[in-house]
Design a protein around this ligand. Sequence first.
Ligand SMILES: [Zn+2]
Length: 273
Amino acid sequence: VPELPEVETVRRDLQEHIVGATIVSAAVHGHRTVRRQKPDQFISAVSGRKLISTSRRGKYLFIEMDDGNRLAVHLRMSGQLLLRSNHHFDRIKHTHAILDLDSGASLHFVDPRTFGELWVSTASIPELDHVGPDALDELGTVIDLRRRLGTRRSGLKAILMNQAVLSGIGNIYSDEILFQARLRLTRTPESLNRPALARLHQAINNVLTEAVERRGSSLSDEQYVDLFGKVGTAQASHCVYAREGSPCVVCERKIERVKFAGRSSFYCRNCQR
Ligand SMILES: [Zn+2]
């Protein structure tokens, strides 16, 4: 499932390779991908539009267009944006939308599980009012983090994954952040002294920054690739995620796996307290 570093990698690729291009035509296949408006409305809203810039908030990706509207993208479980040469007959399986650019290339939205979506936003997006600050760009200070964590009684793993607290962190990076911060998944905000909170703050920044530099994580059972269909390399530097039974990189004790909110989580019993 794409998290902040994967979405940011796609955004940077889009910023470099499609900003300045104009959408000359568009096609939508199936009914799941464009569902906030009718496919015909979507197609007419993007056709002829020049792409001005890109932005991101958590896992939401936006491409600003020359009429002031935004093309919004959420990859959800398995969505991919691929920049491909302009041959519709070459459409790969699960391609649900194609935006043809005047550069001769086209942007394909591929999504086997069909939870992902595209839409044109003409105004503010109400649900973003309930999305917390971006976990990388808007992390703020240690004191800001203390305030955002508040007095919630759930464990840090759940709080980090709560998009209303900070946006962009999911199952993989929450485990990596808590390992680097040397904190158990079940620790509560109130139990953190100042050094522990500072470690958590630094770990959020470090883990996400490094994962963006490594162009995101591509796992064997998941689908993330960049704009050109290439896998990321951050998975090679994971310390705990999907490393059950392997030695901890710090203490060599075996990494353990636990079920957490229905998902597998990984941690070192010795290093994380
Ligand atoms: Zn360890």
